[in-house]
Write a protein that binds this ligand. Sequence first.
Ligand code: HSE
Length: 408
Amino acid sequence: MIKVAIMGCGTIGSGVYEVIENNQAVLQKELGEEIRVAKILDLRSFPGTPYEKLVVNDISLIVDDPEISIVVETMGGTKPAYQFVKSCLLAGKHVTTSNKALVAAHGTELLQIAREKNVNFFFEAAVGGGIPVIRNIGTGYAGQVIEEITGILNGTTNFILTKMDREGASFEDVLAEAQRLGYAEKDPSADVEGWDTCRKIAILSSLAMDGEVDFEEIETEGITKIDTADFAYARKMGTSIRLVGSMLREEDGFSVFVGPMMVGMDDPLYSVSGVFNGIVIRGNQLGVTMMYGSGAGKLPTASAVIADIVEIAKNPARNVPFGWHAGKLSPKPAGARLHRFLVRFDGADAAAAQKTAEALGAKAPVFPDGGAEFAVLTEALTKDELKEKLAAFPNVKKYIRAALNGIA
Ligand code: HSE
């Protein structure tokens, strides 16, 4: 029998227990033997649950148990997850985690320890929930130069932006609804400030570039400043606004950013709505592909953990190539990357607005249904070039990136 321990029995950890029980028959068929959760590490006791008797409070009961070969880390955060995972790997146990904060902050070291100990440190569930994006980058895109990864990587913010678009509702109102429905946390900062997406695109960039991309070096902006007027302009232009994390390989390096972006109807990300995630990957020979699906939630995320467990169980005595290798890679400033931009200006004078539009390479400005302002969708520019041009316009209100292609 394969014995698994789970560290952290919250939403995802209890989901892993459930999937192992629910899919026991299919798992046994695939692995040729029984697989069971033997211990669950948590400070709580879970009376009345089927796993009540499995709960332990002391990590050494897992680290020192020779019968446990696979450990699942679903605690979240880095303290004490980092020390616990490291101890398990050093004790020769395989580890799979759903914890993007842990992987983004300590992935390089933990991957290295796993290689030295000839075990595996997997983290399929850390990005894209149930979408197998991490394993795909390593295997499905093997032999490919990955030129770009642009993804909607956060279900909560995508739910909020989709509702703002479809219902014309304000950010504050939709956030409150998302919190009521349990999508958004009480403290929603990690999602709405873009920090969650930042860690996820850091992990995907590290995989694509085969080196550590520090999430702290990624230009990150969230969605808190997106308002109903931005969506009104976006709709008039046949577009929508999404929060994306994006990595672009450039001639002399690569750049990464997280921020809101206008996408046109022909953009594959336009149709990624609600709590779903979508990740567009462009390979140098492959062209464009997109993976789409449940990017968060108990059972989708637990399913990605299970896929890791199955691969570990099939390779009990071998470190399967996975992740990236040591070596810190610094992204180039994202301000040098080409985009179009939606720029909003104060003022209702049609002639002045027309001149402004032409100065930014647009045929004409776009006026809202009411209010003394207008917007311009610029030609392709870098953010640095845009800022230089906008210095001549004291009436600039704000600007939002727009996709380079796919907007009429
Ligand atoms: N808060 C995250 C999201 C959870 O909304 O996508 C999954 O990482």
